[in-house]
Ligand binder design. Structure first.
Ligand code: PGA
Length: 253
């Protein structure tokens, strides 16, 4: 059975005290989580240890980093290695977010290197993909996303690919309040799954978790997550509010 995940992406927000309050508020709430229904919280680097310690012993709640570097260690001032993240208890790493692709020029080839080092360290990559408004308006979103998947992931084995979580996030829906309709999300998620099926076979494709991201809120999560190929969400703005994110978690299939 493939996993359903409510993933929070705090981005570059909150002070230490605010972060602690938000974690405490969120952890006070009750959810039905298990091996196939999970919460992952991608918090800023300075709060990773705090967050890992807070969720210790809580079933189904995990902490993610929002980035990592491609090298094992060495003279790379300011960067963070996967080994470091692994050593403090981080279990997921978000990579290829459209903000990193845009502001830090991260390419598909560079992301392929990140995927490799993350998997080598037994951490789960949450690989983001998605098209701009121009591409959506030209109607070439499927080809665009296929290319992102091919150039960053298709070198992986079938066993490795099932360890990757995909987050499809149309750039035009991120932070804009303009969500893709549930049918638009389902259409492209189904397409992404068929792309994996063509490469790895139907059974492998059925195991891959594909999250939707882009203005997921408490009031649209249930409809989006209700679609057959939408296995949860990667949530930015709404994850900074404990009540709203709790509603989103409870909307998981
Ligand atoms: P948003 O961000 O929910 O604020 O649109 C989603 C994301 O960028 O992951």
């Amino acid at each position: 059975m493939r996993q359903q995940i409510a993933a929070a992406n705090w981005k570059m927000n909150l002070t230490y005290d605010n972060a602690e309050q938000l974690l405490d508020k969120l952890l006070e709430k009750s959810y039905t989580l298990n091996a196939n229904r999970k919460v992952v919280m991608a918090v800023p680097f300075p709060y990773l240890t705090l967050a890992v310690n807070k969720v210790k012993g809580r079933e189904g709640i995990f902490i993610a980093a929002q980035n990592c570097y491609t090298k094992k260690n060495g003279a790379y001032t300011g960067e963070t290695s996967v080994e470091m993240l692994q050593s403090i208890g981080v279990e997921y790493i978000v990579i290829g977010h459209s903000e990193r692709r845009e502001y830090f020029n991260e390419s598909n080839a560079f992301l392929a290197e990140k995927v490799n080092i993350i998997l080598e360290n037994n951490i789960t990559p949450i690989f983001c993909c998605g098209e701009s408004l121009t591409i959506r308006e030209a109607g070439t979103q499927n080809e665009f996303v296929d290319n992102q998947l091919k150039e960053s992931l298709f070198h992986l084995s079938a066993e490795q690919i099932t360890k990757v979580v995909i987050a499809y996030e149309p750039i035009w829906a991120i932070g804009t309040g303009k969500t893709a309709t549930s049918q638009q999300a389902q259409d492209i998620h189904q397409h992404i799954r068929s792309t994996f099926a063509a490469k790895y076979g139907h059974d492998v494709a059925q195991e891959i978790t594909i999250l939707y991201g882009g203005s997921v809120k408490g009031n649209n999560a249930a409809e989006l997550f209700g679609m057959q190929d939408v296995d949860g969400g990667l949530v930015g703005g709404a994850s900074l509010n404990a009540d709203e994110f709790a509603t989103i978690i409870n909307a998981l299939k």
